[in-house]
Design a protein around this ligand. Structure first.
Ligand code: FES
Length: 106
């Protein structure tokens, strides 16, 4: 697999919060030096991508944050704000511990 983690962030809000979350996640990946990793001698990337609606709008469009899904785990986060990016990158991508306060059931 090319990616260690692949994050898809909904950008279907009028406020633009999803785009801001994606930018904050990308910034944190660089800051925390987790954009690419060496795993078992192979280079793996953590990639953030913006997408349209993820069909969990009650955790996204109606709140003031954005929804995102993180693979390969298939963990869903809701009502995410740019200020949450550091925890998602540090705890989930770095330490493999989902950020429980943001996890939603799909
Ligand atoms: S608007 Fe974000 S999941 Fe639907």
């Amino acid at each position: 697999m090319k990616y260690q983690h692949h994050l898809f962030v909904c950008t279907n809000q009028k406020s633009g919060v999803g785009s801001d979350v994606a930018k904050a996640l990308k910034k944190e990946l660089k800051k925390q030096d987790l954009k690419s990793l060496l795993v078992g001698g192979k280079k793996r990337k953590n990639r953030v991508q913006t997408v349209g609606c993820l069909d969990v709008c009650k955790h996204c469009k109606k709140g003031d944050g954005a929804a995102l899904v993180l693979y390969p785990e298939g963990i869903w986060y809701g009502d995410v704000h740019p200020k949450d990016a550091a925890d998602i990158v540090h705890d989930h991508l770095g330490a493999e511990r989902p950020v429980k306060r943001l996890v939603i059931e799909k």
